[in-house]
Design a protein around this ligand. Structure first.
Ligand code: ARG
Length: 425
């Protein structure tokens, strides 16, 4: 497109080490994953300048609270994009990514409900789709070289579209935030939110919000109150608790307080409720796939409520053997999702298992939300393996026999007793 190349900081990566990275000569039309933030705005301009390439922007709506997608689109066009596609992927995200995560009680490292990790493969899949639609040869994203998101996006693109190349300018260019702002000044790019460095790196969608970097990296300090832009801090939450009842059908949340709801509005409603009552703040030390150990502050109100309720219901309807085994499979599933291997066949195998167990996960769980906690207070299910009459829990004559207990204990403890004697000889 433009033939006057400029030599301000950063130049396209000339050396490529992988099958999917683009050499500058291969870049003619780029599909840019565009958020409207500083990095991807600089990229939109920079790619046109440095590669002489055309840019098509793609912005994906995964239910990021408070985002104005019309503004983002206008900005992309102003910066010279041929087109800016805004895709509302909220329903697909809820149905194909969040719902399987619910069925797998998905938490990485015991605390992170994977909202970003679940969003990336969908964003990358849409990038492939729109790159093909617009005849692009290359996909560009704004991830740095330190995080998990580059892994998730590039692994997905390389899996789905071996014919497409990838560039990740932020990973290669030598610009820090100040140089980026300088670049904007030089090229007349408006900088939203002023020229002050934002304190944290943020990512969010309908399943949660994360903050990383800056003062959060100081393990010796509690997070500053300004970190919390979503959830009310528990100390500021109402003194009156609220009780809610969540209904599940085969693992899927289907109603709140008796009112049937689709998944997206249901999650939005739970986000509001959780936010108000200070539910879902997680201060998390995390092992990234790329090796770094980092601290994340998560605000995950809907995920905390739904996962607490789902797990409780699942425990009620499953046998002890299923409960023990499933938590291991849940961990496997969560790790694959975290690690960016969405198209790994093992995930499909695990999903089949998750669906099989969840066929029984039907019923209602009531929770009390109060100053940061979400506590289960009532449970009911037609499939509960909790039938006092059937077991004969209170009277004799059920499946459970108290008379059999001593015989059971004799055999149950046999090997332990033998080993104890052998070792004390
Ligand atoms: N640590 C989380 C993850 O790896 C959140 C990452 C948030 N991404 C971001 N670009 N700020 O999934």
């Amino acid at each position: 497109m433009s033939d006057q190349t400029d030599h301000s900081p950063g130049s396209p990566a000339e050396f490529v080490t992988t099958s999917y990275e683009a050499h500058p000569d291969q870049v003619g039309r780029v599909l840019l994953l565009y958020s409207g933030g500083l990095d991807t705005s600089v990229m939109l301009h920079w790619i046109q300048q440095k590669y002489g390439a055309e840019v098509v922007a793609l912005t994906v709506n995964l239910g990021q609270p408070k985002e104005d997608f019309e503004v983002v689109k206008g900005k992309a066009i102003d910066l010279g994009a041929l087109a800016c596609e805004v895709v509302d992927a909220r329903e697909e995200f809820a149905a194909e990514y969040v719902l399987p995560a619910i069925k797998a009680n998905a938490l990485y490292g015991g605390g992170y409900p994977l909202f970003t990790a679940l969003g990336r493969p969908l964003i990358a899949k849409l990038a492939v789709e729109y790159a093909r639609k617009h005849g692009c040869d290359t996909i560009a994203h704004g991830c740095t070289g330190k995080g998990n998101d580059q892994v998730r996006i590039e692994a997905t693109v390389a899996t789905l579209a071996p014919e497409l190349k990838v560039i990740a300018p932020v990973r290669n260019w030598q610009m820090g935030r100040q140089e980026e702002i300088e670049y904007c000044r030089e090229h007349g790019i408006p900088v939203a939110g002023g020229t002050e460095a934002p304190p944290y790196s943020i990512d969010d969608n309908m399943w949660g919000r994360s903050s990383e970097g800056k003062s959060i990296e100081d393990l010796g300090s509690a997070p500053e109150p300004e970190v919390f832009q979503l959830v009310t801090r528990p100390e500021d939450a109402p003194d009156e608790p609220v009780e809610i009842e969540l209904e599940f059908d085969r693992g899927r949340p289907i109603a709140l307080d008796g009112e049937p709801m689709e998944l997206v509005p249901l999650l939005e409603r739970l986000t509001e409720l959780g936010c108000r009552h200070g539910v879902g703040i997680v201060d998390h030390i995390e092992d990234r796939i790329v090796g770094l150990k980092v601290r994340d502050i998560y605000e995950v109100p809907a995920a905390t409520i739904v996962l607490t309720a789902h797990k409780e219901l699942e425990k009620l309807v499953c046998t002890s053997h299923q409960n023990l085994f499933k938590s291991q499979m849940d961990n496997q599933w969560s790790f694959l999702a975290y690690a960016g291997l969405w198209y790994e066949p093992l995930r499909e195998d695990l999903d089949a298992y998750m669906d099989s167990v969840n066929a029984q996960v039907t019923g209602k769980i009531a929770l009390k939300l109060y100053k940061g906690s979400a506590t289960v207070i009532r449970r009911s299910s037609p499939n509960a393996v909790y039938d006092q009459e059937l077991a004969g829990f209170s009277e004799s004559g059920g499946l459970f026999s108290q008379q059999a207990s001593p015989g059971f204990i004799e055999l149950w403890s046999l090997q332990s007793r033998m080993a104890y004697r052998v070792r004390s000889r």
